[in-house]
Design a protein around this ligand. Structure first.
Ligand code: ATP
Length: 322
């Protein structure tokens, strides 16, 4: 497989014309989905595209996939412009939309794969090799003869990912690839994507609302909100700059006693058997707080952790209002 092309996006804008109130009688108005976004993806990068509902993620993904034409701006995937050079472009990319199927509902998985092989004009020997490799890696042997409509969500998603990769694209675009999957299926999909990047150097761009997908896969996170890029940074930088807080949870066998906490410690939750404290370790070192909590009567257990990634992201959105 060759090295994936560089993806360059410059000042990309997209507005939709809609009728007010959704009725044909409504007046026409414009909705701006992208206000001018710019980023570059180097070959082999895995980047996560995240943001709240309506932020503009799917719009950007559809433009990159060549399905949608922007209002203005530049997108170059190597020497190709996705919406202008569609045929050459789709040969280089694989796209999985978690909410829609690219396979044929009434055909078997194997028949759907064969049809895609024809559509992408994959030489027969190459197709057979690719299919064998993907069937094995995504554990599809048992469902090859089943019609797509009979598949469970997890089985279908694995089949969709294989379908998107049969023509050996250099770039994989995933729009919510783990939506609705149970925990083992999510883990399997994530492991496969990691392997793909590792062994084949595929560039991966994914959108997701599942922050564990981001944590497991994305080295780089592009946060989009209100049609703009709010930040574009390594995941760990985002975590470190957004929130340095720690959380201490303590369980008690009797109601936790009232305490005066040092400056920098906030009691965020109190129940008859549990106390949750949020603290800034730069102001109050964890051992100091642990010592104080350990001295409390009735203590049964205590844990220190970091805020959940969902918390980090939601605080990030809150600090960047429209
Ligand atoms: N076909 C369309 N016609 C009109 N407006 C649209 C269309 N598609 C998207 N929009 C609007 O563009 C904005 C961005 O939508 P988009 O689907 O790109 O967001 P998103 O970040 O993918 O959201 P979600 O997380 O909910 O999928 C929203 O205000 C949406 O209502």
């Amino acid at each position: 497989m060759s090295i994936p092309p560089r993806i360059v996006v410059e000042n990309l804008k997209k507005s939709y014309r809609i009728r007010e109130g959704g009725s044909w009688r409504g007046r026409m108005k414009m909705i701006t989905a992208l206000e001018g976004i710019s980023f570059t993806l180097e070959p082999g990068e895995i980047a996560g595209f995240i943001g709240p509902n309506g932020a503009g993620k799917s719009t950007a993904i559809k433009i990159l996939a060549g399905i949608l034409r922007p209002s203005s701006g530049i997108v170059r995937v190597g020497d190709l412009v996705p919406w202008k050079h569609r045929i050459a472009h789709v040969a280089r990319i694989g796209v999985v939309f978690g909410q829609r199927s690219q396979l044929w509902w009434d055909l078997s998985v194997a028949e759907g794969f064969a049809l895609l092989g024809d559509i992408y004009r994959v030489p027969p020997q190459r197709f057979a090799q690719n299919q064998t490799r993907l069937v094995e890696a995504l554990n599809l042997e048992a469902i090859l003869g089943q019609s797509v409509r009979q598949l469970s969500l997890g089985q279908r998603m694995r089949a969709e990912i294989a379908a998107a990769l049969l023509h050996e694209p250099e770039i994989l675009i995933l729009d919510e690839p783990t939506i609705g999957l149970d925990a083992p299926s999510k883990l399997a999909v994530r492991a496969f994507i990691r392997d793909l990047r590792h062994h084949r150097g595929t560039t991966v761009l994914l959108t997701t609302h599942d922050m564990h997908d981001i944590e497991a896969l994305a080295e780089r996170v592009i946060v989009i909100g209100h049609g703009r890029i709010l930040t574009d940074s390594p995941f760990e930088t985002l975590r470190a700059t957004t929130l340095s807080e720690r959380i201490l949870e303590a369980d008690f066998v009797t109601p936790p006693p009232l305490c005066a906490w040092p400056y920098g410690v906030i009691e965020t939750e109190r129940t008859p058997r549990n106390l949750t404290l949020t603290f800034d370790p730069k102001r109050v070192p964890a051992p100091v707080l642990v010592e104080q909590v350990s001295a409390l009567p009735g203590l049964d257990d205590l844990r220190i952790g970091r805020p959940a990634i969902e918390e980090i992201i939601s605080r990030f959105y809150d600090s960047h209002p429209a």
